[in-house]
Structures are given as C-alpha cells and as structure tokens.
Design a protein around this ligand. Structure first.
Ligand code: XIL
Length: 330
C-alpha cells in the first residue's frame, strides 16, 4: 500500500510523472493523488517553446511558475522539459528565425527560461529527440530547423548555455525508441551513443541520458541483453540515466480489461526489472499518472473506442496491476 514515491525513495530512486497546470489546478482529487504517488513533477507542455515563448519578445512563465509552487508545496522535485525540440515550435519561429539570428534566439531562449527557473529544477531535458537515422545522415541526427541553421553544434551550444544559466540542474539528452529489439531501435541506440561520446569528448556539459520509454504493447520487443549492454555503454561515459516518459500503448492489445491490464503490467515489470539492474539509473517517470489524463487518448486511441489504459492508476484513480508492477520493480 506504500505509495510509489516512498517505495522508490527507499531504493534511492525517484518516481514521478508528467501533468499539467490546467489539470492540477482544477482536479483537486487528482492533484492530491499525484502528490501522494510522485516525488517529481514534469510539466507536460508548460515549458515548451509554444507555451513559454509565444512571441519573439514575450515569455509566459505563469503556468510553469504555478507548477513549481505546486511541486515545492508538496515536497516534490520539478523537471524542465524541454529547451530544444523540433516539436512545439511557436508560429513566429519560421517567420523570424534565419541563419544570421538563430544562435542569438536560441541563446536568449535558454538563458531566459533556464535562468528563470534556476535553482528550482532537478533536471532539464536540454535537447529532446535529436536523433532520426532515417534522415540518412551518418551521424544519425534528425533534420530539424536547429540542425539546418546551426549544424550539429546546436546541441553543444544548448548544453553550454543551460549549464551557464542553471549550474545546479542535471542536464539531460532525452530521446525515444532506445529500448526495443527492433533494428531501428538498434540504429537509434548506436546514433545516441555516438552523439553522447562526441559531446563528452569535446567537454560539452551533458550529465544524463533520458530514455522516454513509450512502449507499444504487443509490438515493442524486449531484448534484455542488448538493452543492458546499451545502458552499460551509457554509464561508462560517466552519465546517469533517467527513464523519463514511460507509458504502454494498449492500442494493439485485447479489449478485455483484465487481460489488457495484465499485459500492460507485465511490460512495466519486465522492462523496469532489466533497467533497474543498472546502477546508473536514478529515476523512473511515467508520462502521466492516471488513465484519466493521458496524451494517448488523443494520439493513440483504440479502434474499438474503449478508453486507453496505459498508466499506473485507472481513470477513477485506483491502483492498477501496472502500479503493483512498478512498485515491485523498485
Ligand atoms: C506530448 C504531450 O503529451 C502532448 O500533450 C502534446 O500535444 C505533444 O507532446 N515525447 C516528448 C513529449 O518528449 O514532450 C511528448 O509530449 C510525448 C513524446
């Protein structure tokens, strides 16, 4: 019956989840459960460019500030997500940014945002999802506006600016598709390792790898040998590891809720028991806490229209088998 945050803490780990200002400020029952189960809060969108930097000379810190307060009022840590990402760029970005002003705009964003929250952030996802091998580059980097305008060095620029603006935060490179047995995951692991090796070799201040861990029930296959070797390679670069966004898409799973919950819980348990074997792993975060609020309702709805069940608590805030599985893995 012990909440996940306590079970994790007892093992020297951090458990937490993402949520939103809108949800935590209006759904009191959910907010109370969140504070009970989580030791760290991740803002789902409040710190992304489109929300926090909606016009070139205006920063909107209100929702993020509210969330920091909420976290601290409940003895929770707070995460920064995310400073550089190809997703969630504001509308003004494409019209305004060019190769002459891009570095200054990036630096201003990071200095202002990371500076505003300096001292209040456990860890920053400084760069999110920079790898995409299908784009065909030998370094495996994703072809984003950042890459086009600044070259691969945009990653170094971002980490250096973040370190300067918030010297206390753990600086994280965050990405997905790193955990499966599929060939494309193998390519992504290789590219991420190469990137992290390069950053380390030139002294860029990166402290941890964030593994999103968006699993697909019935699709993603676990290869524990490959996964363990990868985690070891990351740890050997003197980096910490965080599982940053775990959830289990149940789109391809049977409709029967008992069966579906059992499969989802099994995936959490199998995955986390492998991952938590690696001492460099310091945190396990899920992308949401309760099935009441999950991005997958919108992004990966089931064909049969049955409500999705990817998270530790059900929509009534009751603990599911997945909750037990996570607790057991700690
Ligand atoms: C998602 C949010 O959950 C959605 O609400 C939003 O519309 C799009 O972004 N990887 C990430 C997160 O790093 O920022 C994404 O969050 C989910 C995938």
């Amino acid at each position: 019956n012990t909440p996940l945050r306590k079970r994790a803490t007892a093992k020297g780990l951090i458990y937490g989840a993402t949520s939103q200002h809108r949800i935590l400020s209006s759904d009191k029952k959910f907010a109370a459960r969140f504070a009970q189960e989580c030791a760290i809060l991740v803002p789902e969108g409040e710190l992304k460019w489109r929300t926090i930097h909606p016009s070139p000379n205006y920063f909107n810190f209100k929702p993020g500030d509210w969330m920091v307060e909420f976290a601290h009022a409940h003895g929770m840590l707070f995460r920064g997500h995310t400073l550089v990402w190809h997703g969630s760029l504001p509308r003004w970005f494409a019209d305004t940014v060019n190769s002459r002003n891009v570095e200054q705009i990036l630096l201003k964003h990071i200095t202002t945002v990371a500076g505003h929250y300096a001292g209040k952030i456990h860890s920053w996802d400084v760069v999110n999802e920079a790898i995409h091998p299908p784009h065909g580059r030998t370094d495996g980097l994703r072809n984003t506006p950042w890459l086009q305008l600044l070259g691969p060095n945009y990653i170094d620029i971002a980490f250096r600016a973040a370190a300067k603006a918030d010297p206390q935060a753990l600086l994280v490179y965050n990405d997905f598709g790193l955990d499966g047995a599929a060939y494309q995951d193998e390519l992504r692991r290789t590219a991420v390792l190469k990137l992290l090796e390069r950053l380390k070799s030139v002294g860029t201040p990166v402290h941890a790898l964030g593994i999103q861990a968006h699993w697909w029930g019935g699709v993603t296959r676990l290869d524990s040998g490959k996964l363990k070797a990868f985690l070891r390679d990351v740890a050997d670069l003197d980096l910490k590891i965080m599982i940053t966004e775990m959830d289990v898409t149940d789109k391809k799973l049977p409709k029967d809720v008992i069966l579906r919950d059992r499969i989802v819980a099994g995936i959490y348990e199998d995955y986390l028991s492998v991952v938590l074997d690696e001492p460099a792993v310091i945190a396990v975060l899920t992308w949401g806490l309760s099935d009441r609020y999950t991005w997958l309702s919108k992004y990966q709805p089931r064909k049969d229209r049955a409500p999705v069940r990817p998270l530790p608590l059900d929509a009534q805030l009751n603990r599911k088998l997945a909750w037990n599985a996570i607790g057991r893995a700690f």
